[in-house]
Design a protein around this ligand. Structure first.
Ligand SMILES: *Cc1c(COP(=O)(O)O)cnc(C)c1O
Length: 358
C-alpha cells in the first residue's frame, strides 16, 4: 500500500538558503549570525540549522532556551545566541550548555554571575524599547560587570525598530550605537558588535559592527522590495487541485456565499487557514499559480480548502500542482494583501504542511 501524499506541502530549497547567506556576507562584509528563531521562520529549525552548521557562523539566533535545546539535541555545533531577555528559570540551562545570552538588566548580570562562568553579550537599547541598557545606564552596567568575574562580555548588540520604515531615525540610531561602542571595553577575542537585521544590513552601514543578524533575507525575502532581486526565496508553498467543476453565474461560493459574476470553471484546492494560508486573504484579489498562470481566489478561505477561478485556464486538471507562494509569487506580496507581513505569514504555516527539503 502506498501512503497518500500530503494535500499541502512546502518545498524548501536549501541551496537558495546558502545563496542568501552568501548575499548577507557579501553585502555587509561582516560575519553573520543566522537568525533561525520560530522554527527558522517556518522553514524547520533543525533542518535549517543542519544546512548552515558547516558555514562557519559564530552564532544561530534563537528566541529562547527551548529552541537552543532543540539545536543541542540535534547535535548542532554552532553556538545558540538568545535574542532577548532571559527568564530566571532559563539561566541555569543557558549557562550549563554554554549558550550566549544578551544581558538586558542588572538582575540578569547578578544572576548569571552567580551561575557562571558564562560568556554573554551586552544589550543596548538605542530605540527598540524591548530590553537592553539605555545610553545613560551603560556606566552603571559596566560598574556592575567589573564586580562580576564569572561573566565574560564577548560582544555588544542593539536592535533596529524601523530599518525598513524610517531611514532618518535608523541612520541616527547607527550613529548613536557607533558612539556608545567606544565606552564598552572590548577585552575578549573574538568580540562581536552587532546591530543590523535584514533591512539594517541591506540599506545601512556601521563603522563599528563586525556582525549582522539577518533573519528574513536568509529565507530569500527582502524587507525592502529594492533588494529582492539578489535573493532567492527558499520556501514554495504548494497544494493540488482536488476537484474541478462548472458553476453558473449567480451561484454562491464558500462561506458567506460570494456570488459568481459569470459562468465559472472553479477548482477546489486542498489548503486553507488550517495550513496557515491566511483567512484574511478572502476577497482581497489574491491569486494562486497553476501551470504558470495566475488564477484568482474566489470567495472566502476555509479551514481546509480554497476555491479558485480557472475559467481562463481550460487545460488544468484535477491533481495539478498549485503554487500558493514561491519565487514567482512572493510571500511578501501575499502578506500585504492579507494585511500582515512576510515574517508572520511564514511563521504561521502550520505543522499539517509537510516540509520537503532539497
Ligand atoms: C528577529 C530578529 C532579527 C532578525 O530580523 P529580520 O528582520 O528577520 O532580519 C534580528 N535581531 C533581533 C534581535 C531579532 O529579534
Amino acid at each position: 500500500m502506498n501512503l497518500s501524499p500530503p494535500r499541502a506541502w512546502a518545498e524548501i530549497d536549501l541551496s537558495a538558503l546558502r545563496h542568501n547567506l552568501q548575499v548577507a556576507r557579501s553585502t555587509s562584509g561582516k560575519e553573520v549570525m543566522a537568525v533561525i528563531k520560530a522554527g527558522a521562520y517556518g522553514h524547520g529549525l533543525e533542518e535549517t540549522a543542519k544546512a548552515l552548521d558547516h558555514e562557519g557562523l559564530p552564532f544561530f539566533g534563537v528566541a529562547n532556551a527551548g529552541e537552543a535545546r532543540r539545536l543541542f539535541n540535534a547535535n548542532i555545533q554552532t553556538t545558540p545566541y538568545i535574542l532577548g531577555a532571559t527568564l530566571p528559570s532559563e539561566r541555569e540551562e543557558i549557562t550549563a550548555r554554554g549558550w550566549t545570552p544578551c544581558l538586558c538588566s542588572l538582575d540578569e548580570i547578578d544572576h548569571f554571575n552567580a551561575l557562571g562562568p558564562v560568556k554573554a553579550h551586552l544589550a543596548l537599547d538605542t530605540g527598540m524599547g524591548r530590553g537592553g541598557f539605555l545610553p545613560e545606564q551603560i556606566p552603571l552596567a559596566l560598574q556592575k560587570l567589573a564586580k562580576c568575574p564569572n561573566i565574560t562580555i564577548t560582544g555588544v548588540g542593539s536592535h533596529l525598530p524601523v530599518a525598513d520604515e524610517d531611514p532618518h531615525f535608523t541612520r541616527s540610531q547607527f550613529e548613536l550605537f557607533d558612539s556608545l561602542i567606544t565606552q564598552i571595553p572590548q577585552t575578549a577575542t573574538p568580540f562581536h558588535i552587532h546591530l543590523g537585521n535584514s533591512a539594517g544590513l541591506l540599506d545601512f552601514n556601521s563603522h563599528t559592527t563586525n556582525l549582522v543578524r539577518p533573519g528574513l533575507m536568509i529565507y530569500g525575502i527582502s524587507p525592502l522590495a529594492s533588494h529582492q532581486e539578489k535573493l532567492r526565496p527558499v520556501m514554495t508553498l504548494k497544494t493540488r487541485i482536488s476537484l474541478i467543476h462548472d458553476l453558473p453565474k449567480g451561484h454562491g461560493v464558500s462561506y458567506g456565499r460570494t456570488l459568481l459574476k459569470r459562468d465559472t470553471r472553479a477548482a477546489i484546492l486542498g489548503i486553507g487557514y488550517g495550513d496557515g494560508y491566511p483567512r484574511s486573504l478572502s476577497e482581497q484579489n489574491a491569486h494562486v499559480m497553476i501551470r504558470g498562470h495566475q488564477c484568482p481566489l474566489l470567495g472566502r478561505v476555509t479551514m481546509d480548502q480554497i476555491i479558485v477561478d480557472v475559467t481562463d485556464l481550460p487545460t488544468c486538471q484535477t491533481g495539478d500542482a498549485v503554487i500558493l507562494f514561491g519565487p514567482d509569487l512572493l510571500v511578501s506580496n501575499l502578506a500585504a494583501k492579507a494585511g500582515t507581513i512576510a515574517w508572520e505569514l511564514l511563521t504561521q504555516i502550520t505543522p499539517r504542511v509537510q516540509r520537503n527539503y532539497r
